[in-house]
Each structure stands twice: as C-alpha cells, then as structure tokens.
Design a protein around this ligand. Structure first.
Ligand code: ADP
Ligand code: ADP
Length: 232
C-alpha cells in the first residue's frame, strides 16, 4: 500500500522562487526513501510538507489516507502530526527534563496514556537505541550521538506509522555518525516507513529501497541504490 502520495507539490517562500517545483512521488508502506541533493534544493521543505510543518501553495499530498493541500486544514494537519514522527538535524531535546521525561512527555500529556506504561515503553526504546543506562540523565550530559538517539526514541514513543529524518547526522562528530545510522538501519529492518534526507552515501547504498535526487525544487532522478550510484 501507498503511505505517501505527492502530486505536483509547489511551495514558494518568496514570490517567484519555488522551493518545490511540481514534485510528485510515492512512498510505499515499509519502504525507505533516501532524498539527496545540493543544499537549497528543497529536500527539507519537501519532507516538512509530509507532516504539515510547511503549508503547500499547490498540489496535494495523501499521507496515510489524510489529504494535505494548500488549505492546510487544521484537523488534517493535527491528524497527520500524530502519525508521522520527525527527527531533525538539531536534536531539540528539552534541556531541563531527564531523558526518560523527554521521551514520556508527549505520550503522557498529549496522548493521555498512563505514565507507568509510557515509561516502560520509553525504557524499551532506549534499550533498542542502545542507551538504556542514560534514562535518568539530562541532555547536556549526553554525546550528540546519544542525544540524537533519544530524539529518535522520543518520536517512536508516539507510535508513528512513518518516520521522517532531516539530515539526522549532519550536526554530529564523525565518530558519532555510525551509532545513529545503525539505529536507523535497525528501524528500517523492523519495517518502518522512512523518508531520510541525508548526505551519507553508505547509508543510502545499504538501507534505501530507492534514492531520489533533487535539484532546484525538482526531482531529477529516482532509482534503486545500485542504479543510482552506478552513475548510469
Ligand atoms: P535543502 O533542504 O535541500 O537544503 P530547503 O528545503 O531548506 O533545501 O530550501 C529550499 C529553498 O527554500 C532554498 O532556496 C532556501 O533558501 C529556501 N527556504 C527554505 N526555508 C525558507 C524559509 N523559511 N524562508 C525563506 N526561504 C526558505
Ligand atoms: P536545512 O537545509 O536542513 O533546511 P538550513 O540551514 O537550510 O537547513 O535551514 C535552517 C532553517 O532556516 C530552516 O528552518 C529553514 O526553513 C530556514 N531557512 C532556510 N533558508 C532560508 C532563507 N533563505 N530565509 C529564511 N529562512 C531560511
């Protein structure tokens, strides 16, 4: 089944300049799509439209059966934010909350789920991310790679059906990149539908089902990783 169908997406921040210039694509359930392309080509804008963070100027999205378009209707946007998790380049953790509290906050406050159950799940996610011993610490006490894995766990705690990643390793020291990519690889193996903006060619080769290349707001190429990186 199709998780995301984008049809002729158009987005302009400045009149006459299109950050997205008629972008169409499909992402199947369980698929990993890696989006590559030069800085300013529209990658970040594109995936931010997938959970309603950016309002479209034209075209339409079907995300998990919910329609998003230029009307940017509130109920649709809210419905989709709950079901699509996102991880950014900057980890955006709450500095004054412990790791466990960072992960549990939204499930408890927004989803109104029982605290004990949420914390149990948070601990499982931390274990899955290989950082269960950090639960009681605060963000500043963790390395960048650990903080980013907390950010992934925090997104997963809301039980999303799709995960979006916007250059998740670009703010990390080189030696920390692998641990985050490994966590993402494990998530992909578990069948998560993922759209990943990244410059990590190794990750794209090994984990992507398809690789898409953008330039100047347009999709230039979409193919399987072997074809994509063969330079054909
Ligand atoms: P990428 O993620 O590929 O680097 P972006 O989606 O961030 O590309 O940006 C696409 C284009 O839109 C660029 O020209 C960028 O400068 C512009 N842009 C992005 N965000 C904004 C914004 N908030 N206001 C104005 N222009 C923006
Ligand atoms: P990314 O490529 O991950 O979007 P950027 O450094 O391009 O990272 O953008 C960081 C932030 O600045 C984003 O929130 C983006 O929307 C905003 N931004 C990017 N380009 C512009 C621009 N030309 N004018 C205003 N805001 C921008």
């Amino acid at each position: 089944t199709v998780a995301i169908r984008a049809t002729d997406l158009v987005k302009s921040y400045i009149a006459g300049v299109r950050a997205l210039d008629r972008v169409s694509l499909e992402v199947s359930s369980g698929e990993v799509l890696v989006v590559m392309g030069p800085s300013g080509s529209g990658k970040s804008t594109l995936i931010r439209t997938f959970n309603g963070l950016e309002r479209l100027d034209g075209g339409a999205l079907d995300v998990l059966g919910v329609r998003l378009d230029s009307t940017h209707a509130d109920p649709q946007v809210r419905a989709i934010r709950r079901r699509v998790g996102m991880v950014f380049q900057q980890f955006n953790l709450f500095p004054h909350l412990s790791i466990l509290e960072n992960i549990s906050l939204a499930p408890v406050k927004v989803q109104k789920r029982p605290k004990a159950e949420v914390e149990q799940r948070a601990l499982e996610l931390l274990e899955q991310m290989g950082i269960q011993e950090q639960a009681e610490k605060y963000p500043a006490q963790l390395s960048g790679g650990q903080q980013q894995r907390v950010a992934i766990a925090r997104a997963l705690a809301l039980d999303p059906e799709v995960m979006l990643f916007d250059e998740p390793t670009s703010a990390l020291d080189p030696e920390r990149v692998k641990e985050v990519l490994d966590a993402m690889r494990q998530l992909a193996r578990g069948g998560m539908t993922m759209v990943v903006v990244t410059h990590e060619i190794g990750f794209a080769r090994e984990v992507a089902d398809r690789v898409m290349f953008m330039d100047q707001g347009q999709v230039v190429e979409t193919s399987d990783p072997v074809t994509f990186f063969s330079g054909a």
